[in-house]
Design a protein around this ligand. Sequence first.
Ligand code: UDP
Length: 244
Amino acid sequence: MGDEKPVHRRILLKLSGEALMGEADYGIEPRVIKRLASEIADLIAAGVEVAVVVGGGNIFRGAGLADAGMDRVTGDQMGMLATVMNALALQDAVEHAGLTARVMSAIRVNQVCEDYIRRRAIRHLEKGRVVIFAAGTGNPFFTTDSAASLRAIEIGADLLLKATKVDGIYSADPFRDPGAERYPHLTYDEVIDRRLAVMDTTAIVLCRDNNLPLRVFDIGRPGDLHRIVCDDDDVGTLVDNRER
Ligand code: UDP
């Protein structure tokens, strides 16, 4: 890693379920999760406090289960439980990387992990533990993107990082449109007005109204996470309320 000093003190990293499954189309890829853990370890070594929200889309999504005929709330509960499994896998990988991690769940499954208690989460972070938030917001009809915005605000994170498969927000789908251009910076209102598919609107509005900056970046590029906490402006897209 470079020698630059981090400018961010406490960050929240949103990892979708898909970020854990690598090239597969279901489940968790151990090699991928190991790499993620080592990138998180680099941040902790640099003195950054790291919280993570994990998704569950690599296992179950409530909307998909509802499309197949299941009751939506039951499907969402299954989706939230899927995030707990991902969180446990990430905790294991992070601890294998030599760190201490705690999973805190928004729904009570306290024989496998801790319940989410805000003050306790902050205490873990202050002690240098990686805190992995599971079960989203604990409510059906929400997403783990909204959980990421919510938890980031609750714990006083100074940056929300949304890991994706592309290096930022583009004017069009870069996989389909070779003329698509990456935006270095956008305001939250621009994201909403242009209907850019970054996170769902609930998550975006929560960030906007609470003035929490968001950086969208490619999790597949080793070292970018570290560059971001050192405020390298060339990585991904920054979304905040500042007009430029
Ligand atoms: N979910 C929910 N409430 C929440 C967060 C998640 O009901 O606050 C459910 C929902 O069914 C969702 C699933 O958990 O589809 C997995 O979360 P998400 O789709 O956000 O995961 P990701 O796309 O990040 O992998």
